[in-house]
Design a binder for this molecule. Structure first.
Ligand code: HEC
Ligand code: HEC
Ligand code: HEC
Ligand code: HEC
Ligand code: HEC
Length: 471
């Protein structure tokens, strides 16, 4: 009786033994089983959302599948190697006949195991691919490398748009392309020889019109838009500029920024002298098949012919839609306007700016010295303002931490913003009244073509009181 039971159990697990009668296959069976059991335990994570932590994410979604598939590969490898050495598949192979219960059991086992492996394997693969597309993986895995972009992204209007929505297109070819360059980047990170700061512009970014227009419909982005920009003087007095931006529709004819560059039948090509596309000596404007070439007065055609030519799209103006690094002055102005820095502290704008514009070798050094510098300034002459000074110091540090990353050599102004013309060349790279066509026409600098100036650094702009109903 006892003997019989024993033999029936061993008959049941016999299929496993056939597959693992060599040590390589045995390791394989062990890995597959381990990964399978772990998968079963962690099933809620695999069916549900994302891991809360970047390293848990890597373990769950990337390492476990590797273990699983490695195990799955080792089993046949072991059998193959055993065959190569001329040994039989198993020491006591059952007779090859359907009447043999051994063979039937073996067949059932193979079918069930293959089914289970397909389910587990496809779920693991799907999750791994999905995880590599998540904001978490892109932004937080190599957290030192991506910290500047990830931080700026979290403070941008696109902080709920996944990285891949802008950086990678759908479909197999984009997938392969991105994973290839991703593997290349991973090696650079592992060898610690990646570029600091991460170079911009991104040479293989997906065509902007495809990505951006997935959410911003060109015929829609049309109406004029009121921009109110708040500034402070060094001593904390507030002024406001009010601009009516001539956005212009993308599809309709008429005036405006978008109509001029991205309207129907418009194509603009330009040559740039530097990699960062900040110096643009040649522009070609095509509308309805008619082209005009503009050349900067100091440029000559031979030099331009050797330069890289690019077709203008959304990114040439909106190059920082998501990684919007601020200038120190604007960031401090916003902090004062928001109340994080108390405007009644004497000379607080200048004190905060001096504190954050000094160079720091490490983040830790800045964390120590920025709040200390602000507090020290008020300690002697305004000891009663200690709490306000401490808060201003902390806010100044926050401003710095969003924009400067010594570990990645990202300083103030490392990544210029092409919208506007006050902080960086921006629109004036072309609109400088210096790019001339053969007929002597220029790419113009008429202030009102781009925006109507409703108020210019005024204390109480009348236009805003009027809009508020005179109050
Ligand atoms: C709304 C679209 C958008 C989203 C979302 C987005 N990016 Fe970008 N990213 C851009 C654009 C545009 C550039 C600059 C391209 C250029 O100038 O050629 C850029 C540039 C970069 C660069 C190059 C360095 C630089 O600052 O120019 C890195 C690195 C980067 N992005 C990482 C990320 C990561 C990580 C995420 C998600 C956390 C992300 N991006 C989300 C649009 C986006
Ligand atoms: C997946 C959708 C999506 C994609 C793709 C996308 N955006 Fe946006 N974008 C948004 C949303 C949503 C907002 C509004 C956020 C808000 O109002 O705070 C927005 C806001 C903006 C704004 C207005 C910001 C402001 O200050 O009011 C600009 C400009 C913009 N996007 C440009 C772009 C550009 C350029 C691209 C392509 C590189 C792009 N977007 C890609 C969803 C997207
Ligand atoms: C010639 C430069 C330029 C190009 C090219 C350009 N834009 Fe703009 N866009 C601007 C400016 C300037 C603004 C206004 C910014 C402001 O109000 O501060 C703007 C505003 C926007 C806004 C916000 C509109 C609103 O009403 O709030 C969106 C969205 C936008 N652009 C999307 C796009 C998309 C998508 C493309 C590509 C098809 C594109 N832009 C091409 C310069 C450009
Ligand atoms: C790569 C060069 C280039 C850049 C950069 C550029 N533009 Fe232009 N823009 C042109 C050209 C070329 C024209 C058409 C000039 C013509 O009429 O032949 C034009 C026309 C315009 C017009 C229409 C002018 C009119 O008189 O109707 C507006 C408005 C405009 N641009 C706004 C902007 C704004 C805003 C920016 C910055 C965010 C900008 N442009 C950046 C090349 C550029
Ligand atoms: C080619 C288009 C264009 C032309 C020409 C142009 N601007 Fe601007 N200007 C812009 C854009 C775009 C902004 C940025 C708005 C924003 O911050 O989003 C801007 C911003 C400004 C600001 C606000 C600066 C701030 O942040 O406080 C002032 C002031 C200004 N322009 C003055 C002028 C004056 C004066 C002229 C005429 C000499 C002029 N602009 C010509 C496109 C233009």
């Amino acid at each position: 009786m006892a003997v019989n039971q024993h033999s029936s159990i061993s008959a049941r697990i016999a299929p496993l033994l056939y597959f693992s009668n060599n040590w390589i296959s045995r390791v394989g069976v062990f890995l597959v089983t381990l990964a399978g059991v772990l998968w079963l335990f962690l099933l809620p994570s695999y069916l549900g959302g994302h891991a809360s932590n970047a390293y848990v994410g890597i373990a769950l979604f990337l390492i476990l599948p590797v273990v699983f598939f490695a195990g799955l590969g080792l089993i046949p490898l072991g059998i193959l190697l055993r065959r190569r050495r001329g040994l039989p598949l198993a020491d006591d192979l059952p007779p090859l006949s359907w009447n043999s219960p051994h063979l039937r059991r073996l067949a059932v086992f193979v079918v069930l195991a293959t089914g289970a492996n397909l389910v587990i394997g496809s779920n693991l693969t799907y999750r791994a691919v999905e995880h590599m597309d998540s904001v978490q993986f892109c932004g937080a895995t190599c957290h030192v490398v991506m910290k500047p972009e990830f931080t700026a992204y979290q403070n941008s209007p696109h902080s709920r748009v996944e990285c891949v929505k802008c950086h990678i297109g759908p479909g197999a070819s984009w997938f392969v392309q991105s994973k290839l360059s991703g593997a290349h980047q991973l090696i650079a990170v592992a060898l610690n020889n990646y570029e600091r700061p991460v170079p911009t512009p991104v040479s293989n970014l997906r065509p902007a019109r495809e990505t951006c227009e997935g959410c911003h419909w060109p015929d829609k982005y049309g109406s004029d838009r009121l921009r109110v920009i708040t500034h402070f003087s060094d001593s904390g007095e507030e002024t406001k500029s009010v601009l009516l931006m001539r956005i212009g529709g993308g599809g309709v004819r008429g005036k405006g920024i978008h109509t001029a560059h991205a309207g129907q039948g418009v194509k603009i090509r330009y040559a740039h002298a530097d990699k960062g596309r900040q110096t643009i000596p040649w522009v070609e404007y095509t509308r309805d098949g008619k082209s005009v070439e503009y050349l900067a007065s100091k440029a000559n055609k031979e030099d331009v012919a050797r330069m890289e030519v690019r077709e203008m799209d959304c990114i040439d103006c909106h190059n920082r839609p998501s990684h919007t690094f601020e200038t120190a002055e604007r960031a401090i102005d916003n902090a004062i306007a928001g109340g994080g820095i108390d405007r009644t502290l004497p000379m607080v704008r200048k004190v905060a700016l001096d504190a954050i514009k000094r160079p720091f070798d490490t983040t830790e050094q800045a964390e120590r010295e920025i709040p200390a510098a602000v507090e020290a300034f008020y300690k002697k002459d305004h000891p009663q303002r200690g709490a306000d000074a401490a808060k201003a110091g902390r806010t100044a540090l926050d401003v710095w931490s969003r924009n400067v990353f010594p570990e990645m050599r990202v300083k103030w102004g490392t990544y210029p913003n092409n919208i506007g013309h006050q902080d960086y060349p921006g629109c004036f790279r072309c609109h400088d009244d210096d790019h001339k066509s053969a007929e002597g026409k220029t790419v113009g600098q008429d202030c009102n073509a781009c925006h109507q100036m409703l108020a210019m650094e005024e204390k109480d702009p009348k236009i805003l009181t009027d809009l508020a109903g005179g109050k």
